[in-house]
Design a protein around this ligand. Structure first.
Ligand SMILES: NC(=O)c1ccc[n+]([C@@H]2O[C@H](COP(=O)([O-])OP(=O)(O)OC[C@H]3O[C@@H](n4cnc5c(N)ncnc54)[C@H](OP(=O)(O)O)[C@@H]3O)[C@@H](O)[C@H]2O)c1
Length: 256
């Protein structure tokens, strides 16, 4: 059993807590956000709410779930004892800065959890690898160890594709529901189709992306037509440009 504290009690802290809550750990969270932290306490008996300094004092592992700018203001007010582990999930917060803000802590890693984490089996990118993180989340996720901080930051950028992909489902569901008159069913149908293909891609023995694309790309077929129409209209170029647009704020080198 570990003593784990969460600073920041928003969407991502909530997902992380739900993921590990059944494992018997001693969990303490910032009493902000009042609504979310109260809900968590109701759902997980034994979970405690406290002021930020108490959260730090009463934890061996401190999970930083604040916005980076909030952390820059709040962490200098807190005293971290030696021997703790810090897991940060904050985008745009370099490890060197965390080392200064959480001194004298040296055991620091950055991870990228996502809200569907409690479903189990979602990828969790991390740098550097960390024993505590493995022990806590390893049984629930697929740990994706990155070889450098830049590689981790590129994974942060890549998570930005999620909303654009959901936007596409939304647009297609709108189009389909003009015929079916049932928007929710249209969205569920499309999500089911896409989910099945994603499952094939993520299974260990599964098909690879090139095979799946070849299978769908029959010459003159519906998928090939739509795929080419989107590419010809600049969709893929825009996606790459958007990812490049995230380089600066994630401290990634400019494109050559
Ligand atoms: N959401 C995601 O999908 C996701 C994925 C990966 C990483 N992240 C990272 O996770 C971090 C948090 O994101 P989020 O989506 O969970 O944001 P969020 O829902 O806005 O949560 C931020 C939390 O910080 C709290 N807070 C603000 N000031 C505080 C203070 N001085 N002391 C303690 N808590 C304070 C807020 O409380 P109040 O509401 O009371 O202000 C809120 O509970 C970000 O750095 C983000 O980059 C998010």
């Amino acid at each position: 059993m570990a003593r784990i504290g969460f600073l920041g009690t928003g969407e991502i802290a909530s997902a992380m807590i739900q993921t590990i809550a059944g494992a018997g750990h001693d969990i303490v969270v910032s009493h902000r956000n009042e609504r979310v932290s109260a809900e968590l306490q109701m759902r997980h008996p034994g979970l405690r709410r406290a002021a930020n300094q108490t959260v730090v004092d009463e934890s061996d592992i401190v999970v930083l779930c604040l916005l980076a700018d909030t952390a820059r203001k709040e962490l200098p007010n807190l005293v971290f004892g030696d021997g703790k582990t810090v897991i940060s999930v904050m985008a745009g917060m370099p490890i060197a800065e965390l080392e200064r803000l959480c001194a004298p802590v040296t055991e620091i890693c950055v991870a990228i959890p996502l809200p569907p984490m409690p479903l189990g089996g979602t990828p969790l990118a991390v740098y550097p690898e960390n024993v505590c993180l493995h022990e806590l989340f390893g049984p629930h996720v697929r740990i994706h160890a990155c070889a450098s901080e830049a590689m981790l930051n590129a994974h942060f950028a890549a998570t930005g594709v999620l909303l654009p992909l959901l936007d596409q489902i939304d647009a297609a569901a709108n189009w389909l529901s003009a015929f079916t008159d049932d928007r929710a069913e249209a969205a569920s149908y499309l999500a089911g189709l896409i989910g099945a293909y994603c499952k094939l891609l993520t299974q260990e023995t599964g098909t690879d992306l090139a095979q799946l694309r070849a299978g769908l790309g029959t010459e003159g077929g519906l998928n090939q037509y739509l795929s080419r129409t989107l590419a010809d209209n600049g969709t893929l170029t825009a996606l790459e440009a958007g990812l490049d647009g995230l380089r600066k704020r994630l401290q990634l080198p400019p494109k050559n």
